[in-house]
Design a protein around this ligand. Structure first.
Ligand code: BMA
Length: 334
C-alpha cells in the first residue's frame, strides 16, 4: 500500500457464511445473543487470563482476526487468529509480527482494543497503543502474518480508533475518542482525515454523551461503520456512571455518507446492554464492548463481536435494516 498506487477496495466476499442464529420466536430484541456465548471463555491460552474486545474480518475462505490478549502480568497485547466458521478461533501463541518501514521489529509497551478495516489491498489495524500513555496507532497487513507499523495517529491520550472502510472525499477517515491516561470519566467521538494514514487533520466533532442515562458518561466507536442507503451505520459503546462503577452498552447511530461528522439519527436507548452472566460477571462487571461486525448485506444480517465483562468474547446478531429502523424510530437528534 503506497499513496501513489492506491487501489480500489477489494470486494468483500459474501461467499463465506458469517455466523448466524435466528432470533428466538417471541423475542422483540433488535439484537440477540448467540446461544454458544461466550465463544471465547476464561484462560484461553496458557499465559493469558482472557481474550476480549477483539476484531474479526472475512479473509480468504474463512475469517481472520486481531485479538486483545490479556496476559497474567495484567498487560494486554495483540495476537492474530483465524477461524473457518467465525465461532471457533485458533489464536496465535505469539504477538503479531509488527515491523517498521525498515523491517525492524516494533516492540509495544501494551496494545489493546483493536479494530480491523479492510481497505485498499489489505487490512488496517487500529488499536490503543502505549506512546507515553495510551493513544491510537495503526498497522497494515495483507495476510495477518506480517504487520507494518504506520505509527501513532495522535499524541496521547486517545482510544477507540476506527477506520472507515473507504476513503471519504479522497481521504482516509478515522473515528477516535480523546481521553485521559486512566479510566476516563468523559468522552466524545471525534473524526480526523488523512491522505496517507500518516498525517491526520480536518478534525471534526461527531457526537458526545446524551442526556439519556445509558450513555451519559462517555461514548466511543465500535465496529467499522457499515455503508447503508440511510447513512453510515455506526455501532458504538455508551457508558453510564452508576454508584457501582461504569456500565457499558451497545448503541447505534447513522452518519452522513459524505460528511460523516454529521449525525443523521441516533438511538436514544441501547440495543444491547449487560444482562447475561458472562457480561455481568468477570474481571470488569457489566461491560458489552463491541469492536467488530461481520455483515451479509444480501441477507441483511450482521454478527457483532463484543467483549463481555473484560473477560469473554461474545456475538450478537441482528438484521441491518431493523437496526437502521430502530435508530430512526428512536432518534434523539433534532
Ligand atoms: C475502557 C477500555 C476497554 C474496557 C472498558 C471497560 O476504558 O479499557 O478496554 O473494556 O474500559 O473496562
Amino acid at each position: 500500500m503506497h499513496n501513489s498506487t492506491l487501489k480500489e477496495p477489494k470486494k468483500i466476499s459474501d461467499q463465506v457464511e458469517i455466523p448466524w442464529q435466528e432470533r428466538a420466536s417471541g423475542s422483540g430484541e433488535v439484537l440477540w445473543r448467540d446461544d454458544r456465548n461466550p465463544i471465547i471463555g476464561r484462560n484461553p491460552l496458557p499465559f493469558a487470563n482472557s481474550v476480549y474486545n477483539s476484531a474479526v474480518v472475512r479473509c480468504g475462505d474463512g475469517f481472520k482476526g486481531v485479538f486483545r490478549v490479556d496476559y497474567r502480568t495484567g498487560l494486554p497485547f495483540l495476537h492474530a487468529g483465524s477461524s473457518k466458521n467465525g465461532i471457533h478461533w485458533a489464536i496465535e501463541p505469539a504477538q503479531i509480527d509488527l515491523r517498521d518501514e525498515n523491517g525492524d521489529a516494533v516492540e509495544l509497551g501494551f496494545a489493546y482494543d483493536p479494530r480491523v478495516t479492510q481497505i485498499d489491498d489489505g487490512y488496517v489495524v487500529a488499536w490503543c497503543n502505549d506512546f507515553n500513555g495510551p493513544t491510537v496507532a495503526l498497522a497494515f497487513t495483507e495476510d495477518f502474518t506480517r504487520f507494518r507499523f504506520l505509527g501513532d495517529a495522535f499524541v496521547p491520550f486517545n482510544r477507540n480508533g476506527v477506520l472507515f472502510p473507504e476513503k471519504i472525499n479522497g481521504l482516509y477517515t478515522l473515528l477516535h475518542r480523546p481521553s485521559d491516561a486512566g479510566h476516563t470519566p468523559f468522552g466524545d467521538i471525534f473524526l480526523s482525515q488523512s491522505p496517507d494514514l500518516k498525517f491526520w487533520g480536518e478534525h471534526k466533532h461527531v457526537m458526545g454523551p446524551t442526556e439519556a442515562w445509558w450513555d451519559n458518561k462517555k461514548i466511543g466507536g465500535g465496529p467499522v461503520p457499515i455503508k447503508t442507503s440511510e447513512g453510515w451505520l455506526t455501532i458504538y459503546h455508551g457508558v453510564m456512571g452508576t454508584c457501582n462503577g461504569y456500565n457499558y452498552s451497545i448503541g447505534a447511530a447513522l452518519l452522513d455518507l459524505d460528511e460523516p461528522w454529521r449525525v443523521i439519527a441516533r438511538a436514544n436507548q441501547y440495543l444491547l446492554g449487560p444482562e447475561a452472566s458472562y457480561e455481568t460477571v468477570g474481571r470488569v462487571a457489566n461491560v458489552c464492548f463491541p469492536c467488530a461486525a461481520l455483515t451479509d448485506m444480501a441477507r441483511d444480517r450482521i454478527a457483532i463481536y463484543y467483549g463481555a465483562a473484560d473477560t469473554h468474547t461474545a456475538i450478537a446478531y441482528g438484521y441491518i435494516s431493523e437496526i437502521v429502523d430502530f435508530v430512526k424510530g428512536n432518534n434523539c437528534i433534532n
